[in-house]
Design a protein around this ligand. Sequence first.
Ligand SMILES: [Zn+2]
Length: 158
Amino acid sequence: MFNYSIGQDFFEDFKHSPISRAAIRVKFTLDKKTDFFYFNFDIVGSVETECDRCLELFDLPVEGKYKVIVKYTETQPQTTQEEHDLIFISPHDTHFDIRQLLYEYINLSVPIQRTHPIDKDGNYTCSNDVVNILNRHQQSKTEKKSDPRWDALNKLKK
Ligand SMILES: [Zn+2]
């Protein structure tokens, strides 16, 4: 069994990765059968994502278990949709890079709904205070950014 700790540096290698910051643990096991391997991925951790409700960044829990069959074959057979968890490799391959698989499975583990968790009363745990502070901050910034030409005009008015 292999244990991997996956963080920011892992995702930096994938150009269009929707994930950048993460703290993920992957347990990877390999079962050798007579003419194929079972690759098992057990993914647990969190990825930093923007909340769909309050737009605040938070650590979204991710979890997933994936199994893939890796088979040796001289010629790459045509794969159908149902066989997407089946990978063929050449018997001449001396090693197999599981990073691409890891990347895909971590992305698959990210829930479609990305919001702060719901508490026991059924309310979202978004920190609305932060949203308010952000709004106030934005307001004070626009107030300060007055055009000096208008300042001159305002003085004239007085
Ligand atoms: Zn939120």
